[in-house]
Design a protein around this ligand. Structure first.
Ligand code: ZN
Length: 508
């Protein structure tokens, strides 16, 4: 099912390889490991991650049409760029040390700051790239030890992951009540644990083109808003059904929000299997009780950084095209799909552009954002500092490393038309409505935002779990996404005058 390699390293001029080689040398050099904060406690038995047998890299079988190579009709410098990009698995070579040597990297953790230094060093090796770190204050939430049990109707361990922003408890036990709607909680939940059993819809439950990212968006509100609603109604804790369609008893963490003035209660994700089981019991009138122990706490904010690297344009240096991804991840797994893949793709794309003999007309700026997962502070700070600059487009990769399928964009009619025209030679359709969380704040400045929309049918299986690890990455699909980013940046850089900043068109 994989497309044949179109060229090998031997086919390519050696000079073009220098940039990529330097990037990889820098990327693979291990950072000196400063003494860590206290080592993380090993997960308790109920939260033990599922393991994947060593060496088994699942191949996702897709229809041939789903893996059509990008840029089939591209010519000239764009053709050369695409061919050069396919010759080496650059993105996988970048992603490997990020996952295996640094690992997960939540805001405020030593892992994230190691990743910042690693990315800075790797990008400094890209010829012609101007690299800088920009400071960002980030929230610090620490999971600590945590575990849960069902105590009635019969004792059983309850696999769980606390939600970012959750409060802690040395131990509490209470009856569990069911909620299927965040906005309809009343005084009946006071003193109870509220279970939000809101399933994410699968493709079999939808019509038309199925995009997992859309189904995720429709279901994730219960995780983001449910625990606060429960706290306001007097509940002592909240459990949420993991936001995924497929599960092998794997809990998925994520952020939840407590506004200032609302005391955070313990809030945890449980697996879809356990959530469905507890729901069945409750609906049959069987009393259910759960015990929770969570050390979760919010600590003082810390300093982190956005990592920025740009190749100045030769003709319109003040007009900027951003390639975006986020460097932080949740504090489980390796953040391989979310969003190590996007980071590696954006870095590989910049190296590819730097190695091109044809100069860029506009500036291409890679921004690796900090703290997307539990604060979006990197994106908000970037927009505050740079929103006044002339960004003609911002493109994010943050839906994993599946085979590239489309762009999903938000902008004015004129901006979308300009994007469609410029992107045509890249060969991926432009759908409307998306953009990427980190670049979302740029919308307030009238910037056209878009995201790479890969095949995301397997992405949410591992999203925010201990199973988001390097072995789930298909290096060929990952690289194709990097090539797509580079090709779009190249096409937009060379495109005719861009429409002015403008409010986005109404959603379709
Ligand atoms: Zn992400």
């Amino acid at each position: 099912m994989r497309p044949e390699r179109r060229s090998t390293a031997e086919d390519r001029p050696k000079a073009r390889l220098v940039g990529l080689g330097l990037l990889l040398l820098a990327a693979c050099a291990r950072q000196p490991l400063e003494p860590d904060a206290p080592p993380e406690a090993p997960p308790e038995a109920p939260t033990e991650p599922p393991t994947t047998p060593e060496g088994s890299v699942p191949e996702v079988a897709l229809p041939a049409a789903g893996r059509a190579p990008i840029g089939a009709g591209a010519v000239g410098p764009l053709r050369a760029l695409i061919d050069a990009g396919r010759a080496e698995p650059t993105a996988m070579r970048l992603l490997t040390p990020l996952c295996d040597d640094i690992g997960h990297r939540l805001a405020g953790s030593p892992g994230l700051e190691r990743a910042v230094l690693w990315a800075e060093a790797a990008l400094r090796a890209v010829p012609g790239a101007q690299v800088r770190l920009e400071p960002v204050q980030v929230p610090v939430w620490r999971r600590g030890r945590e575990q849960a049990w069902v105590t009635a109707p019969h004792p059983m361990a309850l696999p769980m992951l606390g939600l970012g922003g959750s409060g802690g408890t040395p131990g509490l036990e209470a009856e569990v009540v069911l909620a299927v709607d965040v906005d309809s909680l009343g005084p009946e939940v006071a003193g109870k644990i509220v279970l939000f059993d809101v399933p994410m819809r699968g493709p079999e439950e939808t019509t038309g083109v199925y995009r997992s990212i859309d189904a995720y968006g429709a279901a994730v509100g219960a995780r983001g808003r449910g625990p606060q609603a429960a706290a306001k109604a007097g509940a002592v804790a909240a459990l949420v059904r993991s936001v995924t369609t497929r599960s092998l008893s794997t809990p998925h963490t994520g952020g939840t929000r407590f506004d200032p003035g609302v005391q955070p209660i313990p809030a945890a994700a449980i697996t879809t299997e356990h959530s469905a089981w507890l729901r069945r019991l409750i609906e049959r009138g069987v009393p259910v009780r759960v015990r929770l122990e969570m050390e979760a706490e919010t600590l003082p904010e810390a300093l982190s950084h956005n990592v920025i690297a740009e190749l100045p344009g030769a003709e319109r240096p003040d007009e900027i095209i951003v390639l975006a991804a986020h460097l932080d991840s949740w504090d489980v797994g390796q953040g391989a799909q979310d969003d190590g893949a996007g980071v590696a793709q954006a870095m590989a794309a910049l190296a590819l552009l730097a190695a091109s003999p044809a100069p860029l007309a506009r500036t291409v700026r890679v921004v690796l954002f900090t703290n997307e997962e539990n604060g979006l502070r990197g994106g908000v700070e970037y927009a505050a500092q740079h929103g006044g600059e002339r960004h003609v487009a911002a493109i994010e990769s943050d839906i994993g490393a599946g085979w590239p399928r489309a762009w999903s964009a938000t902008g004015s009619e004129a901006q979308l038309a300009w994007l469609r025209s410029a992107a045509a030679p890249v060969g991926l359709p432009v759908e409307s409505g998306g953009g990427g969380a980190d670049i979302g704040p740029m919308l307030d400045h009238g910037v056209l935002i878009a995201e790479l929309l890969p095949d995301d049918s397997a992405y949410f299986d591992v999203h925010h779990t201990w199973a988001d690890t390097l072995d789930k990455i298909d290096p060929v699909a990952l690289q194709e996404g990097a090539v797509a980013l580079a090709a779009l940046a190249r096409a937009l850089s060379d495109a005719p005058p861009a429409p002015p900043a403008a409010p986005p068109a109404p959603a379709p």
